[in-house]
Design a protein around this ligand. Structure first.
Ligand code: G3H
Length: 250
């Protein structure tokens, strides 16, 4: 298909700047010269500048785990697109299930953030996925379609090119329960078809859809060798340089 995979590390609320630097010191040599896939690290806000500095000139990008939709303002604790860019970061996650679950992020907020990221030339990784009860009730396709439609409201095909989608079934996050490659492929096909409906087949064919949820060195190749799976968003197994490097080199 020609889509270049993106292998991304979501460090969540782990790693001080010193720990982030220790990671990049060990990790960069392990993936030096690796051009088959794109690689990105998503550290905490306080480690972002350290990571950006460390990966300068390398094949690894850096981004935030969350970004506010407003340009600036009285939003205590939040980080803006301009702040992200001023530090030299290039990517942001949007709508991670933990943001939805613990910080009440809705599809409407995700949509606003997506507009802001695209306006500022930031690569957005839009996270979607069903919870276990929804899967068990046979609602996975409906949930994914609703999340995609909500996230993409008002987004034009012209603006959509940089968008990356991450399919993360919530029941697979941090649980050790990985979706089988077949389950992931089925979900990715539903998502790609919905993108085609909203933005046309040109965008749908090229949009990268990552899988996330208990990706580890042991299961990475089975998932990532699927043509429908264009990369991975990795939590726990991205915290150690050798384990994340093994996933990158699946
Ligand atoms: O963003 C990453 C996902 O939440 C996956 O986390 P996990 O690899 O620890 O299951």
């Amino acid at each position: 298909m020609g889509r270049i995979a993106l292998i991304a590390a979501n460090w969540k609320m782990y790693k001080t700047p010193a720990e982030a630097k220790a990671f990049t010191d060990a990790f960069l040599p392990l993936v030096a010269g690796h051009t088959r896939d794109q690689i990105a690290l998503f550290p905490s806000v306080t480690s972002l500048a350290t990571v950006v500095e460390a990966v300068k000139g390398s094949n690894v990008a850096a981004g935030l785990q969350n970004m506010h939709f407003a340009e600036e303002g009285a939003y205590t604790g939040e980080t803006s697109a301009l702040m992200l860019k001023a530090v030299g970061a290039t990517h942001t996650l949007i709508g991670h299930s933990e943001r939805r679950q613990y910080f009440a992020e809705t599809d409407e907020i995700v949509n606003k953030k997506l507009h802001t990221a695209l306006r500022h030339g930031i690569v957005p990784v839009v996270c979607i996925g069903e919870v276990l009860a929804e899967r068990e009730a046979g609602l996975t396709a409906d949930v994914l379609k609703t999340q995609i439609t909500g996230a993409f409201a008002g987004i034009t095909a012209e603006a959509a090119t940089p968008i990356v989608i991450a399919y993360e079934p919530v029941w697979a996050i941090g649980t050790g329960k990985t979706a089988t490659p077949e389950m992931a492929v089925e979900a990715h096909k539903i998502i790609r078809a919905e993108v085609a409906k909203l933005l046309g087949s040109g965008i749908a064919v090229n949009v990268r859809i990552l899988y996330g949820g208990s990706v580890k060195p042991e299961n990475a190749s089975a998932l990532l060798n699927e043509e429908e799976i264009d990369g991975a968003l990795v939590g726990g197994a991205s915290l150690k340089p050798d384990s994340f490097a093994a996933i990158v080199k699946y």
